[in-house]
Design a protein around this ligand. Structure first.
Ligand SMILES: Nc1nc2c(c(=O)[nH]1)N[C@H]1C(S)=C(S)[C@@H](COP(=O)(O)O)O[C@H]1N2
Ligand SMILES: [Mo]
Length: 360
């Protein structure tokens, strides 16, 4: 077993990677067919252990730079105005395993994304009731789960700016797809910040603290920054970069996951999303990225949920092909074909590649 300090230097044994990838499962890509990802198929990322929570004694505490501290039970939260929002959430590490060299962390290939129908209450009125003092600049969200990371013992905590926390669509969710939040997704309460990568959506929430200086805890300062070298400060990871994914067509091979399809028209379909703006285009390539053709876009269920797309591919002859898809959003951000490397392996939104053998 490597020590924590060895793994920080970027060496994970294959057993450690397997351990991470069995605890934190992805959404099978065939489940991109559902508008809302069924609960058990939604990807999962748990940094430490799933904490045991007694809902009867659990309280949400709102404090720090506020006029009125609040202490809310689950019942207090449930009687507040209820909303349901369809939100696509993606882990910032999605695509990490396709980077070379591979950063030492959860080895996602491409499947760390899902769309939930999150039910809960808007955050803003709670913050207004607490009444931020003039010097409050950020809102810090603290989870109940504890562990060690980079040798530092910590609770999972992340902050967002006051402006971001006051957005109307930010919610405190106690339901997923109409059922109480399952333990692994943050029971009894989690934060949902539409458009941002998964790490912002703090699970097992128990503390909301308004602060008068930028939060510099581990998950804000050390993790989730774009860096090429250890000693750089780096820019923070924030919103989801655009990405399109396809349901791999035809039949999979058990071990390689490569696909086999019969000669003839082949329907391709999938989903695309971006945290920066609505999806403007999805394109398909059947020649490894030499030429691209536009796919047809469907309608997203909400601004914050993924956009369906489809296309028909007509291979001319049997053989081995490499299919790619890529998305562009209305701000002009487009997926690259080559993976954008960084030390933490964040936001690798290089176009998906699917190897397909066409048989006659
Ligand atoms: N308290 C807490 N919140 C957390 C995490 C965690 O480990 N602890 N993981 C974060 C990360 S990195 C992601 S990608 C999402 C995953 O949410 P899900 O498991 O419900 O899909 O939760 C985020 N919230
Ligand atoms: Mo994540």
């Amino acid at each position: 077993m490597a020590s924590a300090s060895e793994t920080d230097l970027g060496r994970l044994s294959s057993l450690q990677e397997l351990q991470l990838s069995t605890r934190n499962h992805g959404t099978p890509l065939e489940a991109l067919r559902y508008d809302v990802t069924p609960v058990g198929l939604h990807y999962l990322l748990v940094h430490y252990d799933i904490p045991a929570v007694d809902p009867a004694t659990w309280r949400l505490r709102v404090g720090g730079r506020v006029r009125n501290e609040l202490e809310l039970s689950l019942d207090d939260i449930r009687v507040r105005p209820a909303v349901r929002r369809r939100v696509t959430m993606e882990c910032a590490g999605n695509g990490r395993a396709r980077l070379e060299p591979r950063p030492a962390s959860q080895p996602w290939v491409l499947e760390a994304v899902g769309t939930g129908e999150w039910g809960g209450t808007p955050l803003r009125p709670i913050l207004e009731e607490a009444g931020p003092l003039d010097d409050a600049i950020e809102v810090l969200f603290g989870g109940l789960d504890r562990g060690l990371e980079g040798g530092v013992e910590q609770s999972y905590e992340r902050s967002v700016s006051l402006d971001e926390a006051f957005r109307d669509e930010v919610l405190l969710a106690y339901e997923l797809n109409g059922v109480p939040l399952p333990p692994q997704h943050g029971f009894p309460l989690r934060l949902v910040v539409p458009g941002w990568y998964g790490m912002t959506n703090v699970k097992w929430l128990e503390r909301i603290t308004l602060v008068d200086r930028p939060f510099d805890g581990y998950q804000q300062r050390t993790s989730y920054r774009f860096r090429q070298q250890e000693d750089e400060e780096g820019d923070p990871v924030t919103r989801m970069e655009p990405r399109a994914l396809m349901v791999p067509p035809g039949l999979p091979d058990f071990l390689s996951r490569e696909r086999v399809v019969d000669l003839g028209p082949c329907r391709l379909e999938g989903r695309a999303w971006s945290g920066w703006g609505p999806i403007a285009a999805v394109e398909i390539s059947a020649d490894g990225g030499e030429t691209w053709a536009a796919a047809t876009l469907g309608r997203a269920d909400s601004r914050w949920s993924w956009t369906p797309w489809s296309s028909t591919w007509e291979p001319e002859s049997p053989g081995r092909y490499e299919l790619l898809c890529r998305a562009r959003d209305e701000t002009g951000k487009e997926q690259p074909v080559d993976p954008p490397w960084n030390l933490g392996g964040y936001a690798n939104n290089a176009a998906q590649r699917v190897v397909v053998t066409v048989r006659s």
